[in-house]
Write a protein that binds this ligand. Structure first.
Ligand code: ATP
Ligand code: MG
Ligand code: FE
Length: 350
């Protein structure tokens, strides 16, 4: 089985060709970073136009790299949400057009399910597993019990963790996108223990997260230091922020592991996914936790943590081989929670 995947939900335009034998035959990603940098964040209208301009060429490139034609495909999968709706529409319409023209099945993939199932593309991971999904728009702990079967154990009550990285980077004058820049600054720190930051939710019952207090604490330090920081201060503060986030994530995961093991005494892996999973300090902190708990730990390779289309093609394969596909009148979904039964958190996409 061979599937074309399309991803256009945020500011990466991406196309990939993946097989059910877990072979990534092509995986091309075009970052729109330069288009959005002048604005300090992603501008939805600019993103949608850039997807429209580049997607056809990227699909052609992916197909050529994979050495196949449309006639060789078994299905076309595209991100159907959640995300910036203009971009999602571009990807979905393109996928539907290929499916209609070639008489192929169309699979609308939940972008978060793409992140959630990536570990099964790269590693031998069986259901159930405990997933920490940490990305630009989400911070959730989920019991993944099967394809399409997610139980949310915890979520952020304010900022997503990637958002916290991005805002902290801005406060520190590091630029956008924040995650990788904060990580680099933290690696340069000469006195990483210099700043003490609050550890939101640490030790509290439940598995929810909160990051807005941490961001405020960083702001306060920046103000106390006079607004524009010398490199050494900036790097030490970045290190303090990153270490605190890693500590909080590990604390919440430890609680979630307890709950997960109650429901699944046979066990399962600890999996981390989403853009923030690219952070090496966070990966190693979680890997330590998993080892202590006697759990397999899986983190996808860095390039499959941030947005890509291989994960969309793979989630499409996972659904399609269970007999699932979507009608050509599928409507793109700006909001699409993985666990529809979880209580909504005000103002968040689930
Ligand atoms: P979502 O998946 O929730 O819809 P998104 O698709 O925008 O959001 P991703 O592409 O999965 O998010 O992740 C992007 C986020 O990951 C950004 O907030 C970015 O700062 C963060 N990120 C990327 N690399 C790193 C890193 N090395 N360390 C920390 N954060 C990182
Ligand atoms: Mg992005
Ligand atoms: Fe994402």
């Amino acid at each position: 089985m061979i599937v074309l995947g399309i991803e256009t939900s945020c500011d990466e335009t991406a196309a990939a060709v993946v097989t059910d034998a877990r072979e990534i035959r092509a995986d091309v990603v075009l970052s729109q970073l330069d288009d959005h940098t002048p604005y300090g964040g992603v501008v939805p209208e600019i993103a949608a136009r850039a997807h429209l301009e580049h997607l056809d060429g990227l699909i052609r490139r992916a197909m050529a790299e994979a050495g196949i034609g449309f006639g060789d495909l078994d299905a076309v999968a595209a991100t159907g949400g959640p995300g910036l709706i203009g971009g999602v529409i571009v990807g979905v319409m393109t996928a539907k057009a290929i499916a209609a023209a070639r008489g192929l099945p169309f699979v609308a993939v939940n972008h978060l399910e793409g992140h959630a199932l990536t570990a099964r593309l790269t590693d031998d991971v069986a259901f159930p597993y405990l997933l920490l999904l940490v990305s630009g728009g989400h911070c959730q702990l989920l019991a993944v019990e099967g394809v399409g079967r997610y139980r949310r154990l915890g979520t952020t009550i304010d900022d997503a963790v990637g958002e916290a990285f991005d805002k902290t980077a801005k406060l520190l004058g590091l630029g956008y996108p924040g995650g990788p820049l904060v990580e680099k600054a933290a690696a340069r720190a000469t006195n990483p223990a210099r700043f003490e930051l609050p550890r939101p939710m640490l030790g509290r019952p439940g598995c929810d997260f909160s990051f807005s207090g941490l961001k405020t604490a960083v702001r306060r330090h920046v103000e106390e230091l006079g607004g524009v920081l010398p490199d050494a201060d900036r790097d030490d503060l970045a290190a303090a922020f990153q270490a605190t986030v890693a500590e909080v994530l590990a604390d919440r995961c430890a609680r979630a592991i307890r709950r997960f093991k109650e429901d699944h005494p046979q066990g399962g892996a600890l999996v981390v996914a989403g853009g923030v999973a690219a952070n090496k300090a966070i990966r190693s902190r979680l890997s330590m936790l998993a080892e202590k708990q006697g759990m397999q730990f899986v983190a996808p390779p860095l390039r499959l943590c941030t947005d890509n289309a291989a994960m969309i093609a793979w989630a499409g394969i996972e659904r399609f081989r269970l007999g699932e596909s979507d009608p050509l009148n599928f409507a793109p979904r700006p909001r699409w929670p993985l666990d529809p039964n979880a209580a909504p958190v005000i103002g968040r996409a689930g």
